[in-house]
Ligand binder design. Structure first.
Ligand code: G6P
Ligand code: ZN
Length: 559
């Protein structure tokens, strides 16, 4: 009979969860006791509710997921957890974990993913804890987990417990007199059932298959070798009648086939080229763990995530779920362009601006004040779960396309004609040296918060911008009054244009600088974003002295 063993250990430095959990190189996680310490700390942070509780466990299929699922099973068994719901082969997309936690009223879930970061033995791994609402743990919880990691002396484990996660089914164990159950569940069933409640699959199917009056709407759905593969297969091929040629890279691979599974114009260039060169009406890609999405139209017409959010906000009536629940407020993260704000104003809905990170939307959703939200970082979602949801976004777009009969590009053009356009771009400078980047942020913060900066003029390319407000963004959650400080430097100009600069919270080594530019035009809406934003980008580079601090004269990625 398997029994509990207590193992002596010592704290590891740096087990502080970032924007989205603990993310490090695989070689860090495989150090003896490293993963065990962190998992034990997650459980200890929940110790008051742990006895007999149910937890959901799954990940994006990357290298190490299976081994860590096995450790989590053994450590959970030793710590009094009652039951684990584990995705078959350890596979669960991040939105599916959220869905399953909520559906089965679990205490929470442990998600094994480094999201859009590359996978494989030389790349990244991650562990994230989600709470009973299905959403990423709030700062208070992750801080508590971190504090526990700094003091940990022992962890408990049942080393002899054997559990086969390849087969669906229930295994019951007696652990020193306590009952422990592992239920290996189908990775996609619950999620797909939920999508069928949210959307009208018949309408989307008619769009994709075509009718007497309309030719088939030709989609190209790209899972980038990430976790969404089996979900795409079930939804698009089995349910919506798409053909094999409508999907690509749908087998989850431990190293994502060498791809960087981040759906943007750079890392999903494959998809962009395929849509450009082919006869496709819509292309969509998802990241490694299935919460991010990119939407492009015919000829790879790019929909910025900020515009995607605004368009969906203006079209929720085409989605059955919102007919049932009604539409509450909208929200976006601070660096996200403010296009959705205009929809909120026009439709009379509440609008929230939160820090970067999906966890900041959860309280608003739980309080019934938020229906739809999104981030410039290719995240779109609603209160159907508490994670952003890539496939949901693609299905939402297809619902709108089916109902309006318009092309992706025409929907955008009509939207801009009505609301004006927020031109937006983001420059990423990846893997820079950390110290000079921190220094740049400190110097810039000082500069923009010094007397005289508000009111100062900045010119480039024949345009002059006058500063109206400048600060390091902080946010007070309207529901629980918790405060998040230092969430990004922002310079807001008289005409509403914005420059935002922040350091990424999701990298695993060095610093990634993100520069966000957002500029509104009421009537001049059909320009090229890079051309339109050039003057403001130049101002941002001057004011921040970015080239001097990073040593970079060009970004790694432009979106
Ligand atoms: C993850 C989170 C998002 C967040 C993004 C920011 O994807 O789930 O909510 O927007 O990270 O990443 P960054 O690298 O900019 O901190
Ligand atoms: Zn992700």
């Amino acid at each position: 009979m398997p029994s509990v063993v207590t193992v002596d250990t010592n704290p590891f430095e740096g087990q502080k969860p970032g924007t989205s959990g603990l993310r490090k190189k695989v070689k860090v996680f495989v150090q003896e006791h490293y993963t065990e310490n962190f998992v034990q700390s997650i459980l200890d942070a929940n110790k008051d509710s742990l006895k007999g509780s149910t937890l959901v466990v799954g990940g994006d299929g990357r290298y190490l997921v299976r081994e860590v699922v096995d450790k989590i099973i053994k450590i959970s068994a030793a710590n009094g957890v009652g039951k684990l719901l584990v995705g078959q082969n350890g596979i669960l997309s991040t939105p599916a974990v959220s869905c399953i936690i909520r559906k089965y009223k679990a205490l929470g879930g442990i998600v094994l993913t480094a999201s859009h970061n590359p996978g494989g033995i030389d790349n990244d791994f991650g562990i994230k804890f989600n709470c009973a609402n299905g959403g990423p743990a709030p700062d208070a919880t992750t801080n508590q987990i971190y504090a526990l990691t700094t003091a940990i002396k022992q962890y408990k484990i049942v080393p002899d417990l054997v559990c086969d996660i390849n087969k669906i089914g229930v295994s019951n164990y007696d652990i020193d007199g306590s009952k422990f159950t592992v239920e290996v569940i189908d990775s996609v069933n619950d999620y797909v059932a939920y999508m069928k409640e949210i959307f009208d699959f018949n309408k989307i199917k008619a769009l994709i298959q075509g009718t007497d009056k309309r030719k088939p709407f030709n989609v190209l759905i790209d899972s980038m070798n990430g976790v969404t593969g089996p979900y795409v297969k079930r939804i698009f091929l089995d349910e919506l009648g798409a053909k094999e040629g409508n999907v690509r890279r749908i087998v989850p691979l431990e190293d994502f086939g060498g791809a960087h599974p981040d759906p943007n114009l750079t890392y999903a260039a494959d998809l962009v080229n395929a849509v450009k060169g082919g006869d496709y009406d819509l292309g969509a890609a998802f990241d490694g763990d299935g919460d991010r999405n990119m939407i492009i139209g015919r000829d790879a017409f790019f929909v910025t995530p900020s515009d995607s959010l605004a368009v969906l906000a203006n079209n929720l009536q085409h989605i059955p779920y919102f007919e049932r629940t009604g539409v509450r407020g909208y929200a976006r993260s601070m660096p996200t362009a403010a296009a959705v704000d205009r929809v909120a104003e026009a439709t009379g809905h509440e609008m929230f601006e939160v820090p970067t990170g999906w966890k900041y939307f959860g309280n608003l959703m739980d309080a019934g004040r938020l229906s739809l939200c999104g981030e410039e970082s290719f995240g779109t979602g609603s209160d159907h779960v508490r994670e952003k949801d890539g496939l949901w976004a693609a299905l939402a777009w297809l619902s709108v396309l089916a109902a309006t009969g318009l092309s992706v590009e025409d929907i955008l053009k009509a939207h801009w004609a009505k609301f004006g356009r927020n031109y937006f771009t983001r420059y990423d400078y990846e893997e820079c040296a950390s110290d000079p980047c921190n220094e740049m942020m400190q110097t810039l913060e000082k500069k923009i918060t010094s007397p005289g900066f508000v009111g100062s003029s900045h010119s480039s390319g024949g345009k002059t911008y006058v500063v109206k407000q400048a600060d390091n963004f902080s946010y007070m959650d309207p529901i629980d009054q918790s405060v998040a400080m230092k969430q990004g430097l922002r310079i807001i100009f008289e005409d509403g244009s914005r420059i935002v600069l922040r350091l990424s919270g999701t990298g695993s080594s060095g610093a990634t600088v993100r520069l966000y530019i957002d500029s509104y035009e009421a009537t001049n809406v059909l320009g090229d974003a890079q051309v339109m934003l050039k003057p403001l980008i130049d101002v941002a580079l001057q004011v921040s002295e970015l080239a001097k601090y990073t040593g970079r004269d060009a970004p790694t990625v432009i979106t």
